[in-house]
Design a protein around this ligand. Sequence first.
Ligand code: SF4
Length: 84
Amino acid sequence: MMPFPQAKAAGKNRLDAAASGKQPQSEVHYREAEAPDQACGACLHFDGDKMCDVVEGEVNAAGVSDLFEPAAPVPAATAPAVGP
Ligand code: SF4
């Protein structure tokens, strides 16, 4: 399997990461997402184009990292039941 293109830039310069306050892609396992609802395109930190608030370098809507957070709350219908 070919590596995800953006992963090539991951961790290229740790000093850049420290200066930006963002995590290097290699340390947050930036990779191709398996599902669009768990990808950068659905993440709170994605700018809607190529940048992430918390991960260094260019990302795209089809990628994902360990820092994924859903931009929208999980619908109640899919939330686990609470109570007796
Ligand atoms: S934090 Fe979100 S937008 Fe940033 S790389 Fe990870 S999944 Fe993508």
